[in-house]
Design a protein around this ligand. Structure first.
Ligand code: AMP
Length: 355
């Protein structure tokens, strides 16, 4: 299927106002597009670099219609945009297909969907009550993690059980959850896939990712030898996911590298933190290629532009180190412009290249 080419000079709508939207709008500007953002009132750092920005609620139908009427194509940078808001956008303007959001917004749906395509998630059980929680822990065992099905990110909405003794302190939180067995992994990595309007698929090199407390700390490419043997199989799964969803744009799948092969953790139907290294470290960044894909332009090469690239998040007060980091001439610093350097908040990132 070949869609229409959205020509430079046209307007791209972005649902969500965070740093991903900010970097997407910067890449779009380079190609000659104007971006209009839409997100509820808050610290919308994408607004600094957008031509216009709607600060309205997700339930504000007149505002969503007014936003859509100004756009030639609409995408999102935030996967928890309510489907009811996305449905206000005429479907012919939207990329990717909103079914990707529907699947990715619910951990249980996502796991079942990926399993249906032959992927292997961590052992899991749905949990909708305190007694189901106890049964799930009995069946799957500890260590494990109780995760809310919806709206958890960066370690939020997650409770870790190191041993059965933690059952004394962790309670069912009153919202649909999934209990997952802890996967003993050798490494974590992601597959960052790009699919064009015509169905062409490309991949960037898979970064190896290090998380602490559920937050991504560092992504490095090339990944270590722990990851390399798993990449082909993980890519095959990502390809099936993208094709099943008729996906257009950048799609990310996160995996654990284990002795039994790649174990699927979760997917993000959008550009992803583990792909920030592509801005300087790849021939074409994830942001530029997402814009190229949704506008029907030829896709850029995803090959590496350096021998090695390492992206480190600047979290909370680490952002204050950004000027001194620049004394290393191989470092590229990105500051997202958020006003409050709260603990655990992603404030910026730095990518160091070795050529
Ligand atoms: P998530 O928000 O589900 O991506 O979890 C964030 C991070 O927590 C992951 O990248 C892992 O480092 C860790 N984690 C989450 N689930 C599991 C699991 N089932 N087994 C081992 N580590 C996990």
């Amino acid at each position: 299927m070949q869609g229409p080419v959205i020509k430079p000079g046209s307007t791209i709508g972005i649902l969500g106002g965070g740093q991903l939207g900010r970097m997407m709008a910067m890449a779009a500007a380079q190609l000659g597009y104007r971006c209009i953002g839409y997100a509820p009132a808050g610290e919308n750092v994408a607004a600094d670099v957008c031509h216009d920005f709607f600060e309205n609620g997700w339930g504000d139908k007149p505002a969503l219609s007014a936003f859509a009427s100004k756009c030639d194509v609409v995408t999102w940078e935030f996967e928890n945009v309510p489907l009811s808001a996305v449905e206000m956008i005429p479907p012919q303007l939207l990329h990717p297909d909103p079914r990707a959001l529907e699947v990715a917004q619910d951990r249980l749906k996502e796991k079942r969907f990926v399993e249906g395509l032959g992927g292997t998630p961590a052992p899991y059980a749905p949990v909708d009550s305190e007694s189901e929680f106890r049964q799930a822990v009995e069946r799957i065992g500890t260590p494990g993690i109780l995760k809310t099905c919806r709206e958890g990110y960066d370690g939020k909405g997650q409770w870790r059980l190191k041993s059965d003794r933690d059952l004394e302190s962790v309670r069912f939180p009153g919202r649909s959850c999934v209990y997952e067995g802890y996967v003993p992994f050798d490494a974590e990595f992601s597959v960052i896939l790009l699919r064009g309007l015509d169905g062409e698929i490309r991949f960037w090199d898979s970064p190896e990712n290090r998380h602490e407390g559920g937050i991504l700390i560092k992504s490095s490419v090339p990944a270590s030898d722990h990851v390399a043997p798993h990449v082909d199989k993980a890519r095959r799964l990502a390809r099936k996911v993208a094709e099943a969803l008729n996906y257009v744009g950048v799609l990310t799948l996160e995996f654990f590298a284990t002795a039994d092969g790649p174990v699927f953790n979760e997917m993000a139907p959008r550009v992803h933190n583990s792909g920030h290294w592509t801005i300087e470290g790849a021939d074409t960044s994830q942001f530029e290629n997402h814009i190229r894909a949704i506008c029907g332009l030829p896709l850029g090469d995803c090959g590496m532009a350096a021998k090695h690239a390492a992206m480190t998040n600047l979290i909370g007060e680490q952002i204050f180190e950004s000027p001194s980091i620049l004394s290393d001439p191989h470092c590229h610093v990105h500051v997202y412009g958020k006003s409050e350097a709260r603990e655990g908040r992603k404030m910026g990132h730095v990518t160091r290249l070795e050529r």
